[in-house]
Design a protein around this ligand. Structure first.
Ligand code: ADP
Ligand code: MG
Length: 364
């Protein structure tokens, strides 16, 4: 084999926000936009990367493919995978991605997973999808220097069309949950607010640490061992802010399980209510929303969405709205109009249906 083409999708997380690090579960699905990579064996001494989304080609020697020599640009995502897979045969890698970069749809995992699956195939490494997800996470953590969890890589590799993937963030066990929005006349609308508020890194670390110290104070090992009723009974030793942070974590964990049960019954209005309850909790208890996200959610709800919430770390980024297909146009118009009136930067819109995970497209 001399050449392989592989592709992998971006993702959106339906429910389970700020609970990957709180021992929770997440329920993402793959979107239709994919990143394709073509990997070709080379006979000289260089690795060469090109991307249809980037101007210049990058050439790297094997001796420079180590985290301490990272270039701090887009090539790190590819170099990190080669490093994590311990590939030392030189290759050309060409990228062409449809997943919008930096919109919270995980173009980074799409790129990593397409490269990882392609290299695994080209060199017959025989890695499982779980192995590849762990390796890709390691590449992003240690080579790129981004402390992400395992969700993005797991869903990009393991997604099945018409399904969301329930991921247990402690055991990494997964379960495919049927989610066929199209046949219900529904679509997931993604609203990229284009807002990026400064709190992102500090706010994230503070939430994480506060949840951990609150657990210690409660004498508990894990958020998953606690529910809202127990928190009400035993939580009065916590300060008011810690109490609300923990309440978000335990109610969000409960919302993921409720969502799975509702999906089994195809109760989409019920799912919509859960999305909106999740937003309320992220806004009021976890305090990671911002005016742009709140406005997108509010207007989506008032113009016909079944429910909506912010997604991702918060303080900007994207929101999602579960929407009847015939209402999409109107909802987008209303949100754009409200943003103009509020003098916010114009939002970007995407729509998503649960799609297939990474695959080999061709090899020769
Ligand atoms: P997200 O994963 O939400 O899109 P990230 O900041 O995690 O945002 O990852 C985006 C980065 O991934 C880009 O800035 C770029 O470095 C890299 N990347 C993703 N897709 C491509 C692509 N098609 N070509 C080149 N680089 C890409
Ligand atoms: Mg990313």
């Amino acid at each position: 084999m001399k050449r392989v083409t592989a592709s992998a999708p971006g993702r959106v997380n339906l429910i389970g926000e700020h609970i990957d690090y709180n021992d929770g579960w997440v329920l993402p699905f793959a979107i239709g936009e994919r990143t394709r990579v073509t990997i070709t064996l080379r006979s000289d001494s260089k690795f060469r990367f090109t991307s249809a989304q980037k101007k210049s080609a990058i050439e790297i020697d094997l001796s420079n493919l180590v985290p301490s020599k990272r270039r701090s640009d887009w090539s790190d995502y590819i170099a990190g995978i080669i490093w994590a897979l311990e590939v030392n045969h030189r290759v050309d890698i060409h990228i062409d991605g449809q997943v919008p970069l930096g919109a919270g749809l995980s173009s980074s995992a799409a790129l990593e997973c397409a490269v990882a699956l392609g290299l695994d195939h080209l060199f017959s490494l025989g890695k499982s999808k779980v192995d590849l997800a762990r390796l890709a996470q390691r590449a992003e953590n240690e080579y790129v220097g981004m402390p992400c969890g395992i969700m993005d890589q797991s869903i990009s590799l393991m997604a099945e069309s018409g399904h969301a993937l329930l991921i247990d963030c402690v055991t990494l066990e997964t379960r495919q949950i049927p989610l066929d929005l199209r046949s219900e006349g529904l679509e997931l609308l993604i609203i990229d607010t284009n807002a990026h508020h400064a709190l992102v890194d500090g706010g994230y670390r503070e939430r994480r640490e506060r949840c951990q110290s609150a657990l210690r104070q409660l004498g508990m090992r894990s958020m998953r061992d606690l529910d809202e009723a127990q928190l009400e009974l035993f939580g009065n030793s916590l300060d008011e802010i810690s109490y609300r942070r923990v309440r978000h974590a335990v109610t969000e964990i409960a919302r993921v399980h409720q969502s799975v049960a509702l999906l089994e019954k195809k109760d989409f209005p019920g799912i919509g209510k859960i999305l909106s309850a999740s937003h309320h909790s992220l806004k009021v208890d976890y305090e990671v929303s911002c005016p742009e996200l709140d406005l997108a959610v509010e207007v989506a709800e008032s113009s016909g969405a079944l429910g909506a919430r912010m997604v991702g770390g918060g303080f900007g980024g994207s929101a999602i709205a579960l929407t009847p297909q015939e209402k999409i146009h109107e909802i987008k118009e209303e949100i754009s109009q409200a943003y103009r009136e509020a003098k916010f930067a114009p939002p970007r819109f995407f729509t998503a249906q649960p799609s297939d995970g990474a695959r080999i497209e061709s090899s020769e």
